[in-house]
Design a protein around this ligand. Structure first.
Ligand SMILES: C[S@@+](CC[C@H](N)C(=O)[O-])C[C@H]1O[C@@H](n2cnc3c(N)ncnc32)[C@H](O)[C@@H]1O
Length: 274
């Protein structure tokens, strides 16, 4: 079994969370990610050499910090809405439903392509509670009809939007705003500069993924649907402890890149509400 294209981009992020989990002082401490990685390595059916997914030592911190921040956004939402639906789209093999404490009144739905959901079932233990893994493309027409609209909804997308065609991404966001009477959407996005630079990244080249959708401003997002409002935007450099990489070179790069506005805004985390 060998993943390619956008589906293969779940490997470097899983690898980073697993490396972080095995560190002396983990940032995210995702033991499920580490167990998932070990399960893949031990399974002769998988052709994955994690040393070749394009991540270098030290890269794990950026992924862990982004995930920790988004976990915090989910926890805040659930504190305000204990009876809610979490729709985690482009979930890959991420174990967010294990990391974020959620009560019995939370309906958690992980969504990814059918073949990735089949992999999840094999590799990632089901979290306790009201949990569903839904196998569909999030750009397929009508897929939302399977999601109930009876509770406040939080849609979460980490590492997804940049791989969507801009037209498809806008349609997805419009569809969410029209389908759910109200909702919150938390996601990260690359700017157009970020898209251009990411195309040169080793992890993207190794996966043979296409990086497509760059978002440069909240206005752009609000223009997708009249009820969408950008409630928060934070760039990665503003996240507590963010470094491009923990190596000396990575720390220096963080300082330099963080001073150049176009590069500082390369990756942002948005919260849209409607
Ligand atoms: C970079 S990975 C991120 C995975 C996970 N969120 C994480 O942080 O590890 C991108 C994920 O988006 C999924 N994806 C991309 N396009 C998709 C689509 N149209 N429908 C469903 N999933 C999609 C891929 O299969 C992959 O699992």
């Amino acid at each position: 079994m060998k993943l390619t294209g956008v589906q293969a981009t779940l490997l470097p992020t899983l690898y980073c969370r697993a490396v972080d989990a095995s560190a002396d002082k983990p940032i995210l401490g995702d033991r499920v990610a580490l167990a998932t990685l070990r399960r893949i390595e031990a399974d002769p059916d998988f052709e994955v050499d994690f040393s070749k997914v394009g991540m270098r030592p030290g890269d794990e911190s950026a992924v862990a910090i982004r995930a920790r921040h988004i976990d915090g956004q989910v926890a805040d939402f659930l504190a305000a809405h204990p009876r809610a639906t979490v729709l985690h789209i482009g979930c890959g093999l991420d174990s967010r439903a294990h990391r974020v404490d959620h009560g019995a009144e939370v309906r958690w739905i992980d969504v990814d392509y059918p073949e990735i959901v089949a992999l999840r079932r094999r590799l990632v233990p089901e979290p306790p509670g009201d949990y569903t893994a839904l196998g569909t493309s999030v750009t397929a027409p009508g897929w939302l009809a399977e999601v109930p609209t009876d509770r406040p909804v939080l849609v979460v997308a980490e590492g997804l939007t940049m791989y969507l065609d801009a037209g498809d991404g806008r349609l997805l966001f419009r569809g969410l705003a029209e389908y759910f009477p109200s909702g919150t959407l938390v996601f990260d996005a690359l700017s157009t500069t970020g898209v251009k630079l990411s195309r040169r990244a080793k992890a993207i080249k190794v996966a043979r993924a296409q990086v497509l959708w760059g978002i440069d401003s909240p206005r752009e997002l609000e223009s997708i649907h009249p009820s969408l409002r950008c409630a928060a935007v934070l760039n990665a450099f503003d996240l507590e402890g963010f470094v491009v990489s923990t190596t000396l070179r990575g720390r220096l790069a963080t300082r330099v890149l963080g001073r150049i506005p176009a590069l500082r805004q390369m990756l942002s985390i948005y919260r849209l509400e409607w």
